[in-house]
Design a protein around this ligand. Structure first.
Ligand SMILES: Nc1ncnc2c1ncn2[C@@H]1O[C@H](COP(=O)(O)OP(=O)(O)OP(=O)(O)O)[C@@H](O)[C@H]1O
Length: 413
């Protein structure tokens, strides 16, 4: 992290930002779709603004530090599969920061749009390859992400992925201080303007999977029982993550390293394949017991994909794929044979493309609601709803809530 430079921040004026709609509400803040009508009167470049109300700092565990940490991480990112910080704002009432708007929603919403609510192997190969690159980039900065789950994988307008939500991430001692070799495979360049637009199928080896079951969702929220310490220790002992995505070493309290992200990647792939996570129990205790003791169950014949998942879901972190040699080890797995990692950003036809909202629609929304960010929060306090929620959220509300999202607050630990 010491070598990464913080980019100069653009200061945003919340009174100049018009709210188009609410994109999402998380444990920490509200994400709004906004337009800067002073600098962008035709509303061509809407962006996402995460707003954290300072009044919540006293009631939410560690919220002040986590919010500022997230801004710091964002200010240092430079990768095609990670967000760019567009600007920040701090007032007596709010901390806010802007990132590019991802039209495609998140991987969880996208999964519900699939037949049987599961992804094909080809789609999994594409999305997981990009997520591996994003994690590789974070690990190179000595940042362990610790919050990989479908809701935190957003789909950019181009159809490529971007990770979001860095408040649970932290710095660990450099990977180079262990046995990690420098990666042999070149990482994709941030420039997404393509010289040769390519078709996904030319880069993706099609791996067929049969007999996948119909899927149900299983999701929970981040949990933490200790205030994470941000000293440069080699291992973190804080208990952090999302129940079903938490690794055995975290459950056991052994401390953890970058390998927790590779464990979570295994869970994510499993959920994309089957529509449910492998270790979910009736309650947290049972889930954690399964995480530590149970082997993941697969349906049908062994495939390259199930082999990859098995190697990522290795209970002993030192034996887990990715432990010794980071992302390079995962990239070398046979499931990715034939994939041109260096041309991943060049893929012009990813599995799914987002529907881009017309400028006129955005203009209409602004005209009908016409509030700036400050007014929006003031109206909330007066219980007057002036701005509609995200259509993707309302559309997918029922299946998500139906399958129980048990919120576990930080204070519970
Ligand atoms: N750049 C973006 N473009 C579109 N939607 C976004 C963007 N960033 C966030 N969202 C939406 O807002 C939701 C909440 O964002 P985020 O996860 O950053 O908030 P949070 O308060 O940290 O949530 P959590 O409870 O997961 O910690 C996301 O799940 C996503 O649906």
């Amino acid at each position: 992290m010491a070598t990464e430079k913080t980019k100069p921040m653009v200061k945003l004026d919340l009174e100049n930002l018009s709210v188009v709609r609410v994109l999402g509400k998380g444990a920490m803040g509200t994400v709004l779709l906004v337009v800067d009508l002073i600098n962008d009167p035709s509303a061509r470049c809407p962006f996402a603004l995460k707003v954290v109300e300072k009044s919540t700092f006293h009631s939410k565990f560690d919220a002040d530090r986590r919010a500022r940490w997230e801004m710091t991480v964002l200010s240092r990112l430079s990768d095609p599969f990670l967000p760019t910080l567009l600007g920040t704002s701090e007032t007596d009432e709010f901390l806010a920061w802007a990132v590019p708007y991802c039209h495609g929603g998140d991987l969880n919403i996208l999964r519900y749009r699939q037949t049987d609510q599961i992804f094909s192997s080809t789609s999994i190969r594409f999305y997981i390859a990009e997520i591996v690159c994003a994690l590789e980039s974070l690990h190179r900065m000595n940042i362990v992400y610790r919050d990989l789950k479908p809701e935190n994988v957003l789909i950019q307008n181009s159809g490529h992925v971007t990770l979001t939500d860095f408040d649970l991430s932290r710095i660990l001692k450099p990977i180079s201080s262990r046995t990690i070799k420098p990666p042999e495979i070149p990482t994709p360049k941030p420039d997404t303007r393509r010289k040769h637009r390519r078709n996904l199928s030319r880069f993706m080896l099609v791996v067929t999977e049969k007999g996948l079951p119909k899927a149900k969702s299983a999701r929970v929220s981040p949990v933490s029982r200790k205030k994470p310490s941000f000293s440069n220790g080699e291992r973190s002992n804080s208990f952090v993550g999302t129940e079903e995505y938490v690794s055995p070493e975290v459950v056991r309290g052994d401390g953890h390293e970058f390998a927790v992200d590779w464990w979570a990647l295994g869970i994510l792939i499993y959920e994309m394949m089957y529509g449910e996570t492998p270790f979910r129990g009736k309650n947290r205790k049972e889930t954690f017991r399964n995480v530590v003791q149970k082997s993941p169950e697969f349906i049908g014949k062994k495939t390259l994909l199930t082999d990859l998942v098995e190697r990522l879901l290795e209970k002993d972190p030192a034996k887990r794929l990715g432990y010794k040699n980071g992302a390079a080890e995962i990239k070398e797995h046979a499931f990715f044979n034939g994939l041109r990692w260096d041309l991943l950003t060049e893929v012009s036809r990813p599995p799914f493309l987002a529907l881009i909202e017309e400028e006129e629609t955005i203009q209409e929304r602004i005209e009908s609601s016409g509030v700036n960010v400050k007014d929006y929060f003031q109206s909330l306090r007066k219980h007057t709803v002036l701005v509609p929620p995200s259509p993707s959220h309302s559309t997918f509300n029922s299946p998500l809530s139906e399958h129980c999202r048990r919120n576990v607050s930080f204070e519970e630990y």
